[in-house]
Every structure is written in structure tokens, then in C-alpha cells.
Design a protein. Sequence first.
Length: 343
Amino acid sequence: MIKTVCQKCFLDEELKGFIIAQGNISVCDCCKTAEIETIKIEELYDFFSELLDNFQVTKDGETIVNKLQGTWDFFKDNSTANKVLNVVIPEIASHIQSIDDFVDFNDEINQNISYWRTLKEQLKWERRYLTDIDYLTNDLGWDGFFNSKITLKRDDQLYRARLHNRPFADPFPLNEMSCPPPEISTSGRSNPAGIPYLYLSDNPETILYEITASYLDEVSIGTFTMSDHIQHEITISDFTEIPTLFHPSEVNKRIKSTLLKKSISIDLSKPMRRYDSELDYIPTQFICEFIKVFTHVQGIKFRSSLHPTGNNTVLFDKEILTCRVVEKFQIHNVTIKGKKVIK
């Protein structure tokens, strides 16, 4: 019978911190690690009771272990999850009776998150400028789901690229590497026409994927750092953070935040195909404006879908960063892989 657990049993950073702060040095019953901070497993009963209230038993779906591990990597591994939950579930009042039950998020969570799909269609085809913001904030609580922020440091380097339209041209000058002026700014995944945002990546390789450079293309890559006149803190809404669940009284909110940001991030990073319409940009333009207004951040950071090891940053004000260096490159290698479409 497992009576104690230690920090090594979990990957959730906040729970690990709680165990380190509150634990006593002993041997962990779960993973058998000696001389480590442990807590009694019963100290986590209230948290797990709150956590499992956010799920419902279904005829199909996933087990609670697969649901937690697939979305959060909450436990060190599935074996540990099985050990802990086999002890916890019988001791708490939960409609989930076994780790073998199939579960899904409860209806309240599913309805909240699925509204993103509804909103996307509404913004594109029904009403664009008089969306019910009160419903998003007061009823759904979306204004509280984007509070995970990072601070842009003065020595952080971000990259932006421009394709050359003729061979053997000089690199673009520093002052032509930023986004275009408002009067010629076109729609992007994050910005509407006439309101330019600065699109950047966190490494030069990612930015080449983002501009869909082809074999033998010539490209100027600019390196950007914080502008000299910026003295205040620059905060960015972070869609790349490793989400945590352990926070008493906020578990429901954290689940919704994780799921909603995951859905939005997919749309933000989706490249535009030749046959797509600019109407497809409107929902992500809206959500960027929503985040800008309700969290007062200066940009957003999200994962690149074209280069999975890289991240993209969109800044709402192009004056925050200054291009310091421009270098010219020629693309020498392009790898394309296909996946069979099964109808």
C-alpha cells in the first residue's frame, strides 16, 4: 500500500515544488527513492477530488491515466499514474470508480472549449464587429485563460526573413526588415489589413520554414533585439509553456486554459494554403486582439507547425524591436514529405 509519494513521481512543476516545500525526508513508497522529500499521499486527496470532478465517465474515450498523461504529462510515467490513482480513487468521492473507466472532460468544459469552433464560424460568416464579448468574459471566463506570460529580455534575439525577388541582389537594408507600413499592410494570421504586426521566430532555421523558402531562393535574415528606447517591461502571452494542473481551486480554469490555448495555437501556426481564403485569418486576428486588450501583453508566442522545434513570436508594436544585423543566405536543401490522404 502506497502511503507516501515524492517529487520524482510527478512532472507537474507546481506539485513538485509543493512536495519539496512541505515534505519530510524519507523513502518514497511509490518509486522507492531514498533520502528525498515525501508527503503522505492523503495530503493530495482534496486536489485529486477536485481534479476528477472535471471528468465524466463515458462509454468510449480514454482512461483517466491516458487523459492526464496525454494532455499534461502529470505523472512521471503511466506506471506511476496507475499506482497513485489506484490508491487515491477508492479514498475520494468520485464518479470515476476505476483507472480502467473510460472518461472525457465534463460537459461544462467541453461546451466552453467547443465555443472556439462556434466563434470561428460566427466571425467569418455571421457577425464580425459586434461579437458578444460579455459572453466570452463573464460566462466563459476566457479573459482569464491567457495569463501565462514571459518577459522579453534586452539581449533576446529574434529573427525575421524576406525573400529576394531577383538574384544576386544586396541584402535588404536594416530599415526594410521590419513589417510594412499600415497603408500597405495586408492581412496575416494575427493582424488585420492596415494594422501591421511584427512576425518573428526564435531561430534562423525556423524563419526559413515560416516564409516557405524554396530551393535556391535567396533570403535576407535580420536579427532583432529590443530597441534602445524601450525602458518598460515587455510581456508576451506564452502559448508554449508546459501547463500545470496543481493549484487548489483553479484546476477547472487550468484545464480550460490548456485546452483552449491548444486549439487556438493550432490555428495560429497553421500556414496559409494557396486555395485558402483570407477569411480564415479572421478568428485568429480576433483572438489576438482579445488577448491584447484583456491581458495587456505586447505580443504572443506560439509553436511553429512548419518547424516543430521552433517557436514564433508576434509583436503588436513593431517599434519594440530593432533590426541590428542583416545577412543574406541561399537555400541549398529542402526536404518535403507527403502523407497519403485516405478518403
